[in-house]
Design a protein around this ligand. Structure first.
Ligand code: NDP
Ligand code: 2IT
Length: 447
């Protein structure tokens, strides 16, 4: 079976049966470039059609979400849950509310989640979901009505041992609270069927910080591997959401200097660096007032670049933490020419394929999202554990576990990705993530 397996033939067939899914193709291409050569050396995976099965979700649920806006007008959105794989644990992954959400984007995210969750070493399968609903500019009451309607369908497909959604772009503490409230009401039970919950009702300490902290820890570990550290490094961050803000916080704690942040309207450049007071202002601005990043520039009198991304600014380290394909080949060349020695992806697939190649050719450290941003889902996994044992661990305990998990992910990447004097973290993450899921699938037989 599959005797003619090659990256080219595989991708041609995948594109043939999934037309109009460019983000999904991109995510699969990035994986199979490393995994297919590995499979060819290990025929048991080839004979069992493992990669063919891994690139087809277990199931995809698409549903209508109807809600009433504050003017009494009926609004219709589309809701999704792509349950990708439960080979190594119940389906697990975030929900994204953003106007760009479509099946291609959710399939790319669900596919990547399979490898990411495997790398954490915790027993979690993979899923992703969301809606083309845009929370920007909506009142709390509108967001609540949307979330309640969304959960009215989703409740049939999730549960603490089945599928456990969490946040992603556009889904933070407010949305998870509305979603969990409706889940609890409809399911008639109080169980940890969502993570990222608030502390009063089963949430975990460190969860909101975990993705950003983990991303900074992953960079620190890549640097430590070559006897360096974040201390005194100038850092660029894109985005100003959950991941970007807490990545900033950890970089400040590790002695680095963050000089940029962005949103979809532009970026701020503060050459003096964002300190703890400025960060406190930002967390309030973005999570309570739901303001724009340009307001930071007005308050602190620094530059604001409308409609641009931060990659033209000279730096030592870059942390793309906003969205997919926000850093392309030109940006990569700019960064390298201006002295950048490391990139750690807080977002999912923020760097284009050509961008990744440019970093790797320049021997710039490059940590792919499925490894570097796995801290968020890892603490989600530990939120599930705490819910199951009905206990809450301390922040110190959880942060220590987060650090250990990020170090462990780095170790797995180095084990499978070391090429002479350079660690190819993309290759390492893909192969290490693949093996655990593939071996579970082999054990189950043909299902
Ligand atoms: P948030 O919604 O909290 O913040 C998203 C940020 O990115 C905002 O600043 C937003 O700006 C910006 N952004 C979103 N879409 C675009 C776009 N199309 N173009 C430019 N800027 C954009 O999301 P998170 O911080 O949670 O997520 C950021 C990234 O991290 C995503 O790729 C997500 O998948 C990934 N991730 C998140 C995890 C988590 O635990 N939250 C875990 C692992 C990965 P604006 O407000 O203008 O839209
Ligand atoms: O992309 C991701 O890993 C997330 N959005 C977090 C998923 C989770 O279940 O915590």
């Amino acid at each position: 079976m599959y005797e003619d397996l090659s990256v080219e033939i595989f991708m041609e067939r995948l594109k043939g049966r999934t037309p109009d899914e460019p983000e999904f193709h991109q995510a699969v291409q990035e994986v199979v470039e490393h995994v297919i050569p590995f499979i060819l050396e290990h025929p048991k995976y080839q004979q069992a059609g493992i990669i063919q099965r891994m690139t087809e979700p277990d199931r995809t649920i698409i549903f209508r979400v109807v809600w009433e806006d504050d003017n009494g007008e009926v609004q219709v959105n589309r809701g999704y849950r792509v349950q990708f794989s439960n080979a190594i644990g119940p389906y697990k992954g975030g929900l994204r509310f953003h106007p760009s959400v479509n099946l291609s984007i959710l399939k790319f995210l669900g596919f990547e989640q399979t490898f990411k969750n495997s790398l954490t070493t915790l027993p979690m399968g993979a899923a992703k979901g969301g809606s083309n609903f845009d929370p920007h500019g909506k009142s709390d009451a509108e967001v609540m009505r949307f979330c309640q309607s969304f959960m009215t369908e989703l409740v049939h497909h999730i549960g603490p041992n089945t599928d456990i959604p969490a946040g992603d772009v556009g889904v933070g503490a407010r949305e998870i609270s509305y979603l969990f409230g409706q889940y609890k009401r409809l399911a008639h039970e109080f169980t940890g069927a969502l993570t990222g919950k608030s502390l009063e009702f089963g949430g975990s300490l460190i969860r909101k910080e975990a993705t950003g902290y983990g991303n900074a820890y992953f960079m620190e570990e890549m640097l430590r591997h070559q006897y360096d550290s974040i201390l005194d490094k100038t850092c660029l961050i894109s985005g100003s959401g959950n991941v970007a803000l807490y990545c900033t916080e950890k970089i400040i704690q590790l002695g680095g200097k963050v000089v940029t942040l962005s949103d979809s309207s532009g970026f701020i450049h503060d050459p003096d660096g964002i300190d703890e007071d400025k960060l406190a202002y930002l967390i309030d601005l973005k999570t309570v007032k739901r303001g724009r990043i340009s307001e930071y520039a007005e308050k602190y009198g620094c530059e604001y670049h409308v409609g641009l991304r931060p990659w033209s600014i000279p730096c030592d380290l870059a942390f793309p933490c906003a969205t997919q394909n926000e850093l392309d080949e030109n940006d990569a060349h700019h960064l390298i020419e201006h002295g950048c020695i490391g990139v750690s992806e807080g977002a999912n697939m923020p760097t284009t394929q050509a961008g990744i190649k440019a970093f790797q050719e320049a021997k710039c450290l490059f940590g792919p999202g499925k490894a570097a941003n796995a801290g968020g889902v890892a603490i989600s996994g530990l939120e599930m554990t705490q819910n199951s044992i009905r206990l809450a661990w301390s922040a110190e305990e959880l942060e220590k576990r987060l650090q250990d998990i990020m170090v462990g992910i780095h170790r797995q990447c180095a084990q499978y990705g070391t090429e002479e004097d350079y660690v190819n973290y993309v290759k390492g993450a893909n192969i290490a993530g693949f093996i655990k899921v593939a071996d579970a699938m082999l054990a189950y037989g043909v299902i």
